[in-house]
Each structure stands twice: as C-alpha cells, then as structure tokens.
Design a protein around this ligand. Structure first.
Ligand code: ZN
Length: 169
C-alpha cells in the first residue's frame, strides 16, 4: 500500500494533531505549548499551521523573557522562555530558590527532576511551592506574550511536564 507522507516540525505536527482530534478541536485559532526538556509551540491561525518561511514558525521557546539572565540558552542567547518554563527550566529555578534560602525542603541535597518539584509542592513542601510559583510566573509570562500577538481562541498545554499528572501551578 502506498500512502502519502508529510513531515514537519514536531510541535507544529503536534498542534495539527490537537486541532484535528485533541484539545484544539473546533477552534480554528489555537496555540499549542509543549513543555518538555524545551518549550515548543504550534500556532494555528484560521485553521492553518503557521510554518513561516523555513518551517520554524511557532518556535516560541526562544522568546526573550529575562534581560539579566547569566546563563546561556542552547540557542546562544540569554533569558529565553524555555530557560524557565521547560522541565530543565523548573530544575534551574529550583536550584536558585534552594540556594537563596535555608528553609528545609525534601529537594535539598537530592538529584531531583521536574516531577519531584511538583510532587513536593503538592505534598506541601514550602520551598517547592515557591519554585512552582516562579515556574508558573514564567510560563504565564511567556504564554501571555505569544497570546497577545496570536489572539488564540484556545491554548492547549502538552508535553512531558504534564504527562499523566495534573498540577495546580
Ligand atoms: Zn534560547
């Protein structure tokens, strides 16, 4: 059997899937934000994916959010959205919060991952709650910046950070 095959950027293809059979079904103007090791985006405007000139349309992860970020993003810039709102970003925020306080936390002295932070926050760990608050701040700031340009009807969140879990950030 011969079938036509089309390929695209992972977040853009994910957005098309969400628009077709997922959370974006019935909304021709949709923003998908994927939160994993990085932050990806897929923008659907009037039913069509925004590919841009070379297929990098909707790449929201490198949107500039913070001016005084000392670390360098994988793209070579500083202060990109995904430096804070990805799973690795959550761990970055956590290390900074832990370094600034003497408060006890289940995360202190451990080699933790993103999910451990949110599990600890859900369990009531005060430091983990502060980390989750900061994570939510950056996530909201980035999404608001994109939404102000795109004017979506719906914003769909996906990716490993949310895998199988629901968090009140
Ligand atoms: Zn970047």
């Amino acid at each position: 059997m011969k079938l036509p095959v089309k390929a695209g950027n992972d977040a853009n293809v994910a957005a098309l899937g969400e628009a077709w059979k997922g959370g974006g079904q019935g909304y021709p103007n949709m923003l998908l934000v994927t939160l994993g090791t990085g932050v990806g985006g897929g923008i659907i405007v009037e039913g069509k994916i925004l590919n841009g000139a070379k297929g990098s349309g909707g790449e929201i992860g490198h949107l500039h959010l913070v001016d005084d970020e000392p670390e360098t993003c994988g793209c070579g810039n500083h202060g990109c959205f995904e430096m804070y709102a990805s799973a690795t970003g959550a761990v970055r925020i956590a290390k900074r919060v832990l370094a600034k306080t003497d408060e006890d936390s289940v995360l202190r002295g451990k080699d933790f991952e993103c999910r451990d932070i949110f599990d600890a926050a859900k369990a009531g760990d005060k430091v983990a709650k502060e980390i989750a608050d900061q994570y939510g701040y950056y996530l909201g700031k980035g999404i608001a910046a994109v939404a102000s340009v795109v004017n979506p009807e719906i914003i769909v969140l996906g990716g490993g950070v949310f895998k199988g879990r629901r968090y009140a950030l």
